[in-house]
Design a protein around this ligand. Structure first.
Ligand code: COA
Length: 536
């Protein structure tokens, strides 16, 4: 592998301007992240602590091994949604080490709407379980929740990926032999009672933990029976009488110690031995990425400059460097792991799509994880390209990406528009993890193109009726479309809706990827591809 030669001039005015711009975008995200990390309102947090309970993030910090990282998933969920009153959608999810095991942790934040499940809370819980399933991770649920957020029941209860799917996933995870442990450190109400009930082992905290299918008010309304929380579903009832829980803990700290003991008796999983050598740092500094990302994403930049700041020793074995040059493909190492990388250097032409498909096949056949660095405005359009079969070439690449049974990771580093999103392993293509850089943009097409297209459709309609629009009227028509596209294509808008697993600091991309590859090695499909390599 040869070292990538960088042409970035770190002393230029443009570099410095872009660096500053990236830092300010990152700072905005960091401030929001710090606010989100506080959880619910000050009043709700104070009440929670007064009850002798730890906050959700304190619980997680306490249960993790001392040196363990915490790969938080979707911290920006529900940002600026639900009146911006549901930080992290009221649930903290992420991967960390407990007693030496990588574990998916799902913790309700009871300071946010009583830990109840809003639509995005469910989406996030299910995403965490999906990650656990795909990467063969055991799970810990720290339960403190009033169940379904009742006013929005129609968006939470009945559909395929709604509340019921959580318990279905628990059963499926169990069938896969993945340990699931629950700590009931607050309410575990109604359907939510099945979270601890469906775990392998459950700890319940004395005085604060309670599990019931119907709470005291519902029991009173339905049967007229007067019953206290403790009598109905407290720790004593469930560890001594019903058997729904297995261990009674004195308080949160005691419960989390118990959890660590439970995980310490779990035999170590044997991950698949991916091709790995001793890691080495990139030659170029990671923070230089800040100065490489253009302020205006319409301006192209050489994605090799990004690769050079992510991969070991900045070495890259480029595949077909002279062919289909708008897609860069090649092999490199990240944290010692051999990976295949695809990145964009412009719109996708038929030859670049063919090259992309060919390279993905090579990686899939050799069981090499694939990294997609998305900065794509779409496939090339126009008469010549339709005639050259751009749809056919694009379909091959999409097919190769969708069927490559190796861990795939996607980072949105710039634009993510149109079918380019699909070919470069967007969310619909099930990459194991997908992260977004702060300045990245995502939409079906650029705002201007969408506004022009819709205006053209309107003009054509009116023309059929013998009418027309003035230039001013056409501009007025375009304005709200442009504004909507601008608002909806930001990284925060995307992350709030779980179109990704979070917004990350571009300079930390390598760290995220190293952890992600390690996590993915716990589940590698070892069957061979069905066909040999098709040279495209
Ligand atoms: N749906 C919607 N909102 C709910 C809710 C539910 N199921 N349960 C609680 N909330 C809201 C409350 O309205 C309150 O909102 P606010 O902060 O905007 O005022 C917030 O959550 C906190 O509730 P509160 O009762 O003040 O907190 P608490 O810590 O004393 O009790 C619960 C929390 C969850 C134990 C308690 O609210 C409860 O038992 N809720 C009903 C649970 C239930 O029967 N669920 C059935 C769902 S299938």
């Amino acid at each position: 592998m040869a070292k990538i030669e960088s042409f970035v001039d770190t002393s230029s005015g443009l570099y410095k301007k872009q660096y500053k711009q990236s830092i300010s975008a990152l700072e905005k995200i960091s401030i929001i992240r710090t606010e989100i990390a506080e959880g619910g309102s000050e009043k709700a947090r104070a009440l929670h602590k007064k009850r002798g309970k730890l906050l959700a993030r304190e619980r997680i910090a306490l249960v993790l091994d001392e040196e363990s990282p915490f790969l938080e998933i979707a911290p920006f969920a529900a940002y600026d949604i639900y009146d911006n009153k549901a930080p992290s959608a009221g649930i903290i999810t992420g991967i960390g080490k407990i007693s030496g095991h990588l574990v998916m942790i799902v913790a309700n934040d009871a300071t946010v709407k009583g830990g109840t499940y809003l639509p995005l809370t469910i989406k996030k819980h299910i995403r965490a379980q999906k990650i656990a399933m795909e990467n063969h991770l055991p799970c810990l649920y720290i339960v403190d929740s009033g169940g379904v957020f009742l006013p929005l029941q129609e968006d939470i209860f009945p559909d395929k990926e709604h509340f019921g799917n959580i318990f279905y996933n628990q059963a499926r995870l169990s069938k896969e032999g993945l340990l699931q442990v629950a700590v009931v450190a607050g309410a575990s109400t109604a359907g939510g009672a099945y979270v601890p009930a469906m775990c392998d082992q459950t700890v319940i905290v004395k005085n604060t933990g309670a599990i019931f299918i119907g709470g005291p008010p519902l029991v009173k309304a339905a049967t007229g029976e007067d019953v206290t929380v403790e009598e109905l579903g407290g720790a004593d009832v469930h560890t001594r009488i019903s058997g729904v829980a297995d261990y009674m803990a004195e308080d949160d700290e005691d419960a989390l110690i118990k959890v660590r003991e439970i995980f310490s008796s779990l035999p170590q999983d044997k991950p698949y031995q991916l091709d790995r050598i001793k890691p080495s740092d990139p030659v170029y500094k990671a923070d230089e990425i800040y100065g490489i990302i253009p302020t205006d994403l319409k301006k192209p930049f050489d994605s090799r400059e990004i690769i050079a700041r992510i991969v070991d020793s900045s070495k890259f074995d480029e595949f077909k460097p002279l062919y289909g040059r708008t897609i860069v493909t090649g092999f490199a190492r990240i944290g010692g792991y051999l990976v295949g990388i695809l990145s964009n250097n412009g719109v996708i032409f038929p030859d670049s799509a063919d090259k992309g498909a060919h390279f993905v096949e090579l990686c899939a056949d050799r069981k090499i994880p694939i990294l997609f660095l998305q900065n794509i405005t779409g496939f090339m359009i126009g008469k010549a390209y339709e005639r050259a079969g751009i749809a056919r070439a694009g379909a091959k690449m999409i097919n190769a990406v969708a069927t490559a049974d190796v861990p795939r990771f996607t980072i949105m580093i710039g634009n993510s528009y149109g079918a380019g999103n699909y070919a470069m392993c967007g969310r619909g293509y099930n990459p194991r993890f997908l992260w977004t850089w702060p300045a990245a943009k995502i939409a079906v097409m650029g705002g201007q193109q969408a506004a022009d297209t819709l205006a053209q459709v309107k003009v054509n309609q009116l023309k059929r009726a013998g009418k027309s629009l003035t230039d001013e009227e056409i501009d007025e028509l375009k304005k709200p479309i442009l504004a909507d596209y601008e608002r909806q294509s930001s990284s925060l808008y995307s992350s709030a809706r779980l179109w990704d697993d979070g917004i990350i600091d571009p300079a930390k991309t390598r760290e995220y990827l190293m952890l992600a590859i390690e996590i993915s090695s716990h589940n590698i499909d070892q069957s061979r591809q069905r066909y040999g390599i098709f040279r495209m």
